[in-house]
Design a protein around this ligand. Structure first.
Ligand code: MG
Length: 362
């Protein structure tokens, strides 16, 4: 009984599968023996098929890169609870999260590795669904999952499934895009409304007390970011100086990170920050500040003011950026601090998130 409740916990109410007769993960799936091999063939290799993964060696050999490029690497572990939520699941999140972290570095994501920690009792069908979701997000982002690992822990020692993804991308040398490079005068563009992911996960946890239509914004942003970079490419260098995805800790925390890294002040216009009406009311009801609620499909751009409109138009030309808008600017006053001009006309200091607002949001 307790075990059954537990499995319902990690699946949550948004699991799209009827699981009555599904096989379950057993300890032997992590043995390295026949069961492991069968699982790899049935669930992973069949869905993530590509010439690299098909080699079945202990490691993967990737092509050497053109000396005009450099390699960018990023890694992220995903422990979201529950594993299904409106708009996505842990698999989609694991691919998009790493694709986006590479993309905001100005890199073209190419390859991913995936490490799975599975709890005994996880339904194999759930695993298949999640791997399929990863395969679809990988296809959308044009990346290949080229290496993987599976471990199994005993019932009660995990929480269904944890996924680590490591991404490898390339970018042109001397691109100089970094959270350290925001400059006084830069215009700050946000690619769309904030708070969707955090509220969708609350919905999945049954913590809203009602059903909202809010879906997580989880999405791969590499094509959107590539369009922005292309528009920002000028003879003098790229007009985009910094980019970052405001995930855990939300918009407020990400802007504070960049203000500190670049030693600049940030000035925000509250009225300009896009928030869906529904997200806004949920936040108001629960006492959350949407500036701190997590996003999984948004990007911040710090752009030379001369080219900001051009870059904004390029971002808006991609579906995921249709609601992109200018939300503020970089200033020399109050270095390392983020100030917000409220809709009422007063000024408020916006600090980093302190403590943990929504644990296990990604
Ligand atoms: Mg990030």
């Amino acid at each position: 009984m307790g075990d059954q409740n537990k499995s319902v916990d990690f699946l949550g109410a948004y699991c799209p599968l009827p699981l009555s007769h599904s096989d379950q993960i057993v300890i032997g799936h992590g043995s390295g023996g026949r069961l492991t091999h069968d699982l790899i063939e049935k669930v992973f290799a069949s869905q993530l098929k590509n010439p690299f993964l098909d080699q079945r060696d202990d490691g993967v050999v990737l092509a050497g890169i053109d000396p005009q490029y450099e390699i960018v690497v990023s890694t992220d572990s995903h422990v979201i609870s529950p594993i299904f939520f409106p708009g996505g699941d842990i698999g989609k999140l694991a691919v998009c999260g790493t694709v986006n972290d590479l993309s905001v570095m100005g890199a073209t994501p190419l390859y991913l590795t995936a490490g799975f920690i599975l709890e005994e009792g996880l339904q194999v069908e759930v695993l298949e669904y999640i791997v399929n979701s990863m395969a679809r997000s990988a296809a959308e982002s044009a990346v290949m999952i080229v290496a993987g690992d599976t471990k199994v822990v005993e019932r009660g020692k995990g929480d269904g499934i944890f996924i680590n993804t490591t991404g490898i991308g390339i970018r042109k040398k001397n691109l100089e895009i970094s959270g350290r490079n925001a400059r006084v005068g830069d215009v700050i563009i946000l690619s769309g409304p904030i708070g969707d992911h955090g509220v969708a996960v609350l919905q999945a946890r049954g913590e809203l007390g009602f059903i909202s239509e809010i879906q997580s914004d989880v999405a791969p942003l590499n094509h959107l970011i590539a369009a922005a970079l292309k528009a920002g490419q000028k003879e003098t260098g790229n007009a985009i100086h910094a980019m970052r995805d405001p995930t855990r800790g939300g918009l407020a925390t990400t802007l504070n990170e960049i203000a500190r890294q670049s030693n600049v002040g940030i000035w925000l216009d509250e009225a300009a920050i896009p928030i869906r009406e529904s997200v806004f009311s949920v936040c108001e009801m629960l006492g959350f500040d949407p500036l701190y609620v997590a996003n999984e499909g948004k990007c911040l751009f710090f752009v030379d003011p001369e080219y900001a409109q051009e870059v904004l138009a390029a971002i808006r030309s991609i579906d995921y950026g249709m609601q992109a808008t200018v939300i503020g600017k970089v200033v020399s006053d109050h270095p390392q601090k983020v100030l917000l001009k409220t809709a009422m006309g007063s000024t408020r200091l916006v600090d980093m998130l302190s403590g943990e607002m929504l644990p296990r949001i990604c």
